[in-house]
Write a protein that binds this ligand. Structure first.
Ligand code: PLP
Length: 451
């Protein structure tokens, strides 16, 4: 039952995968991953593949950490589960909440646990609205998000997100959520400097708040660097201007750090790097490096004070909120991030090195633009070298030359993700300079094959 063909046959007969065209999958069969070590994966055919995506932006500490499996094993033997409802708690959840408060920006002293990033954003929708109800301003219910944002797959997550393909399916989303443009200089910045564009793109928030009436707007949500939308790195003027606008109207600022949290950008949280002070932060992925599912919301003092002092019951929560085994995994994961100074390494050493080496791919005939921020990076495939990237860029989902290029990437032993014509990476934070050289070499070879 472990040979590749049998697994593929059972897979396509019974396993409905997320975000997958099953008719197409049945034709070629899924790739079966069987092992991970460091930054590498092995499939059932014995191929060794460099994982340029950290799984799904999450395996920050790399694969195969036995101290993680030991921590999980010990907790499973001690207490595999108990809920945190009805005046009970458990030791790992309390320890993790206290540790998260230590590593997060100073305005955060409370944590709400969930099982995933989508549930974290669902929680945020309900928490933001509850906050304004408790402030006797229930008309403040509208949440402003951005086109091409990804905030998850629950109904609230998909509604908050700005993915046209998701809005087109599943019927009406959650009411009271509106979207403004994304701060993509390549898409919208022609004729402006990057700094000018950053201010202009933040200005779309001001315009929309005025159209909606400031007294109706509850919050703005954004990923510090948009991930699944194609690694959209905003101009440095963008986020401080967004903060200024939120402050001007008194609306809550929410950072979705499901990707950017826990070192991905070379800072513990992306909002610190962007110079903003959000009221709420959604987290997941890197909190356990994906070894066990866990997510949550860091709740800033402005909201926590109102919830805890005026709130009564917040009628919201999940069976697995504060799951002891997931929290034990997160404690060990954060210990590794701290002891190995992985965040500092990305900030000072490997992040700048990646910027230099990945940036040099700009010279390739197929590449119009290449940029990075910490350990996320993306390049634009262009059809005609010499044409401006403004002419070439296509943000139209998973088709086009990106998908062809993605196939060549795999053939060259590297996993890279395609978003339209943009090829993106988010490698494990443990990646060394030598491994960056190897990764960029494989990307270059795959680009040559795509030409
Ligand atoms: N928010 C962001 C920024 C994400 O990238 C993701 C997942 O990729 C989510 C939320 C949803 O997280 P999950 O898949 O754990 O529900």
């Amino acid at each position: 039952m472990t040979d590749t063909r049998t697994i593929q046959r059972l897979d396509s007969a019974h396993f409905l995968h997320p975000f997958t065209d099953h008719k197409a999958l049945a034709e070629h069969g899924a790739r079966v991953m069987v092992k991970g070590e460091g930054i590498y994966l092995w499939d059932s055919e014995g191929n060794k593949i460099l994982d340029g995506m950290s799984g799904l932006w999450c395996v920050n500490i790399g694969y195969g950490r036995t101290s993680m499996s030991d921590a999980v094993y010990r907790q499973m033997q001690q207490l595999p589960f108990y809920n945190s409802f009805f005046n009970t708690t458990n030791v790992p959840a309390v320890q993790l909440a206290a540790l998260l408060v230590q590593v997060s920006p100073p305005q955060f002293n409370h944590v709400f646990f969930t099982g995933s990033g989508s549930e974290a954003n669902d929680t945020i929708v309900r928490m933001v609205r509850r906050y304004w109800e408790l402030q006797a301003q229930p008309e403040r219910h509208i949440i402003i998000s951005r086109k091409n944002a990804y905030h998850g797959s629950t109904i609230a997550g998909a509604s908050l997100g700005g993915m046209a393909g998701m809005h087109a399916q599943g019927g009406p989303g959650v009411p009271g959520i509106v979207h403004i443009g994304q701060p993509s200089y390549l898409e919208g910045g022609a004729g402006m400097s990057e700094d000018e564009f950053g201010i202009a793109a933040a200005g779309w928030l001001d315009e929309r708040i005025r159209e909606l009436g400031p007294d109706n707007v509850a919050a703005f949500i954004g990923e510090p660097v948009q991930g699944a939308g194609g690694v959209i790195i905003p101009p440095k003027t963008y986020w401080p201007e967004i903060q200024r606008i939120c402050d001007k109207y008194g609306i809550l600022l929410v950072a979705d750090e499901v990707i950017c949290g826990f070192g991905r950008l070379g800072s513990w949280f992306g909002s610190e790097l962007m110079g903003i002070k959000p009221d709420l932060i959604a987290f997941a992925k890197g909190v356990t490096s994906g070894y066990i599912p866990l997510g949550g919301v860091l709740v800033g003092d402005r909201v926590a004070t109102v919830l805890t002092e005026k709130g009564g019951d917040f009628n919201h929560g999940f069976t697995y909120s504060g799951h002891p085994v997931a929290c034990a995994a997160a404690l060990e994961n954060i210990r590794i991030l701290i002891d190995e100074d992985l965040v500092g390494k990305v900030a000072r050493d490997t992040g700048p090195y990646l910027k230099e080496k990945f940036g040099a791919l700009r010279e390739h005939a197929l590449v119009g633009h290449a940029d990075s921020c910490g350990f996320v990076a993306g390049l634009n495939l262009v059809h005609t070298k010499g044409a401006t990237v403004f002419d070439n860029i296509v943000f139209d989902g998973d088709d086009g030359v990106g998908m062809i290029c993605r196939g060549y990437m795999f053939a060259n032993g590297i996993i890279m993700r395609a978003v339209g014509d943009r090829m993106i990476i988010a490698p494990p934070l443990v990646m060394t300079r030598d491994e960056i050289d190897e990764m960029v070499g494989r990307i270059r070879a795959a680009l040559d094959d795509t030409l």
